[in-house]
Ligand binder design. Sequence first.
Ligand SMILES: [Zn+2]
Length: 113
Amino acid sequence: MTQRLDETALARLHRATIDVLQEWVVRLREQAGGKFPEKVTAFRPEMAVHGRYGQPCPRCCAKIQRIRYAANETNYCPVCQTGGRLLADRALSRLLREDWPRTLEELEALKQR
Ligand SMILES: [Zn+2]
């Protein structure tokens, strides 16, 4: 939704993207130790949400959520990244329709039933 960001927010996102990529380049080069990287994986324990569905966010401890696609899923923290809003998971949204929880609190309340 970058088209909805103002100039200040866009500049901040751009800076953060560069910083995170540079941080990971340094980290992965250190881990490879000057050799060709043998263990190539997109799932790394240092990542805050990627591959961590259901686990606590390292920043706020909220449960990491997911959006599932055909063969993939996107993980996110509903507190740090979406301001408490749950993003629609297409498969679950179809199943639940109007019962689809909009917030983490609603989701947790549904699980209590
Ligand atoms: Zn969080």
